[in-house]
Design a protein around this ligand. Structure first.
Ligand code: AMP
Length: 192
């Protein structure tokens, strides 16, 4: 099995491009944000616990998402690998992922990092808010907090994966969605 990470700030286009990558290489797209939103929609205990943190633009506890990812690795069959989107987001999560994979005799095969400037994050999320209606897209304060959380807690992972020798970066702008997708797919083709 192959394990790839889609990395980048909110609004970089991870979710927008994940489907095309997953389909082309027979990977299961796993978005922790989507899994958490499904738990909230289903009204589960986990969803109830996560709801306020997500609406405030804060991260949910590491153990919650680590458990979701490990369950998915165990239960999902019939694919050549996984495309992780929005996980890991903290150093402890990255270390937990390495531990989960090493138990299975596997490793992270590549980190596909889509980069956009902070100014574009606001623009993209404001546009998405009108279409998807996500609670955490609605207020400028929450968006600002998510950007800050990304810089403080998630961005250090670049160095973690650079040191591991499997970090690959591509610009998620400028251009149309299709132009950006083609740029991302061209990078992926060189690493997969
Ligand atoms: P996303 O759909 O990736 O933008 O995630 C939406 C929200 O879900 C985030 O702002 C966090 O509150 C929560 N979330 C998603 N993935 C993680 C993660 N790996 N660690 C902690 N919280 C997460």
């Amino acid at each position: 099995m192959k394990y790839y990470i889609l990395f980048g700030p909110p609004g970089a286009g991870k979710g927008t491009h994940a489907g095309a990558i997953a389909q082309k290489y027979n990977l299961k797209h796993l978005s922790t944000g989507e899994l958490l939103r499904a738990e909230i929609a289903a009204g589960t205990e986990l969803g109830l616990k996560a709801k306020d943190l997500i609406s405030a633009g804060s991260l949910v506890p590491d153990e919650v998402v680590e458990g979701m990812i490990e369950n998915a690795f165990e239960s999902i069959k019939g694919v050549d690998g996984f495309l992780l989107d929005g996980f890991p987001r903290t150093l402890p999560q990255a270390e937990a992922l390495d531990a989960i994979l090493s138990k299975r005799g596997e490793k992270v095969n590549g980190v596909i990092s889509i980069m956009i400037p902070d100014s574009l994050v606001f623009e993209r999320i404001a546009g998405r808010a009108k279409i998807e209606g996500r609670a955490d897209d609605a207020s400028p304060e929450v968006i600002a907090h998510r950007i800050q959380t990304y810089h403080n807690q998630t961005e250090p992972l670049k160095e973690y994966y650079r040191a591991a020798g499997n970090y690959y970066e591509v610009n998620g702008y400028p251009g149309t969605i299709e132009e950006n997708r083609n740029r991302v797919l061209a990078l992926v083709e060189t690493i997969i």
